[in-house]
Design a protein around this ligand. Structure first.
Ligand SMILES: [Fe+2]
Ligand SMILES: [Fe+2]
Length: 203
């Protein structure tokens, strides 16, 4: 049976509705079971996607995967908590699909699993990183100043200064991705905040 045939006539249980408004409790029991199983695979999908950055230099001294590993390693060696290190590891994972807004992609994926502060750092790190290079591209070096009065300004400034802007050294001995995998799995094991958290909890 080829994949297309399996999709059309597969053995797996399926909801019966053609339009959502015809849905029944039985339909949603089927979908709910599949959803929980699929959600459990999120860390694997994230790690697989992160590997797409391997060998992608974009003119930088290190590839985007090495930059991610180096940012996370520097944060880890500086004693940061596990959720912070995972944020550091994933902060640029949106580079592949978010060519014009990459911080928002990683922030959206992390959002259910981290504090509001860590989410904010990830979401806004682009403007703070700009302090180190925007002026070379005819942009405003001080773009981060728009956030000066925000309670997380200093935390984001510190993330970029200590870890993100510092993570382009080809001679730095970063930990491999395998080192961080258990951390990613633990942080993403259960959402703290999600509209679907209740459905996941009812296992
Ligand atoms: Fe970035
Ligand atoms: Fe970065």
């Amino acid at each position: 049976m080829d994949v297309r045939e399996d999709t059309l006539h597969g053995m797996a249980e399926r909801a019966a509705f053609r339009e959502m408004k015809q849905g029944t409790a039985e339909d949603w029991a089927v979908i709910g079971r599949d959803y929980r199983e699929f959600a459990r695979g999120l860390p694997d999908r994230v790690l697989t996607h992160l590997k797409l950055l391997d060998g992608d230099f974009g003119g930088f001294p290190v590839c985007r995967l090495e930059h991610s590993l180096q940012t996370a390693t520097r944060a880890h060696r500086d004693g940061r908590a596990e959720d912070y290190v995972v944020m550091a590891l994933l902060h640029d994972m949106g580079d592949t699909l978010g060519s014009y807004n990459h911080p928002e992609v990683a922030a959206a994926i992390l959002k259910p699993f981290v504090s509001e502060e860590l989410h904010w750092i990830c979401q806004n790190h682009g403007a703070f990183q700009g302090y180190y290079y925007f002026h070379f591209l005819g942009m405003d070096q001080n773009a981060r100043e728009q956030f000066r009065d925000h309670p997380h300004f200093e935390a984001c400034r510190e993330f970029c200064e200590k870890y993100d802007q510092a993570a382009f050294d080809p001679d730095y001995a970063s930990e491999p991705l395998e080192f961080f995998e258990p951390m990613v799995r633990r942080v993403m094991a259960k959402p703290i905040t999600s509209a679907y958290a209740k459905a996941i909890a009812e296992e």
